[in-house]
Design a protein around this ligand. Sequence first.
Ligand code: NAP
Length: 321
Amino acid sequence: MSRTEEFELIIVGGGPAGLCAAMYAGRGMLKTALLERGVPGGELLNTEWIDDYPGFEHVLGRELAQKMTAHALVFGAELRQENVESIVRREGGVFEVATTGGTTYEAPAVILTAGGTPTKLDVPGEHEYAGRGVSYCAVCDGAFFKGDTIAVVGGGDAAVEEADYLTRYAEKVYVIHRRDEFRASRILQERLFANPKIEVIWNKQVRELGGGPAGLESLLLEDTVTGDAQSLKATGCFIFIGFRPNTGLIKQHVAHDASGYVITDDRMMTSIPGLFAAGDLRVQLTRQVTTAVGDATTAAIAVEKFLKDRQAGVPGAKVGV
Ligand code: NAP
């Protein structure tokens, strides 16, 4: 049965950005709903250890997620388990956030914190060893591979740049690419080729990831030209074969860059008045837990001001546009 609920703010996505925005919005006395389809925590739940979140030298990703979730609700924000299917801004400035469960949430402001999805290799062992050797984030997990031999998969800017970054920890980094040339920019390639810790393995696809109770141990590679198979020992496998921001929920045109990341102003407002964005789906230099919560703080406080201006009929709030 369909029904409608009204709020002052709807937050879509329960990763670190969404949880932080909910905390600030609740603290700002806004009637807030945080909609998350699964367990709150976002990418924190795919990361075993976090050691770059201030105040937590070494914390389990899932533990930080639980603490952030509890904190998000302390000031009154409501957490709803909902799968959002569309966000539409009506004429007059109220958003309709429709969910697959049949409830439509309405509010004059929305913060989209739905993150992005790293493209998966889709091979046996990838899911099993995620967080135990398999990673999609060098800055998050690189420090756990000090002195190890690891592999990086991909041939774009992300793979080539992150392989170079990972050599500050790993003793040896194999870059595995399915063709015999990179698509990465030349300057990044030059840096990679000049790095003595890196060895490129051309024309290979990863077919399987294997390991034991302690985590990843090896990769099964297949030659894309000859079809020959080989095994490669590695305790880490960093996969950088593309990343897609989760912006498909917005049913109207929103300004974005060539890769689909949403463009915001310095208050995190998108090109749609009242629609704010925070975290991984936003255009920015880097995507960390700390940057996500920073964005979210700005967005939640900006929403408070936006709603006040809207009530007062201030033209900047673009009421009714
Ligand atoms: P990308 O440019 O799309 O490159 C993806 C790479 O992964 C390609 O080399 C592709 O191989 C390979 N790949 C795709 N699917 C694969 C599969 N199933 N198995 C094995 N390999 C696969 O993605 P990206 O590197 O994440 O970059 C995304 C965007 O962000 C780009 O616009 C990039 O310029 C930008 N970026 C910029 C910087 C920087 O400037 N410092 C850093 C990171 C990202 P093929 O080449 O054979 O297709």
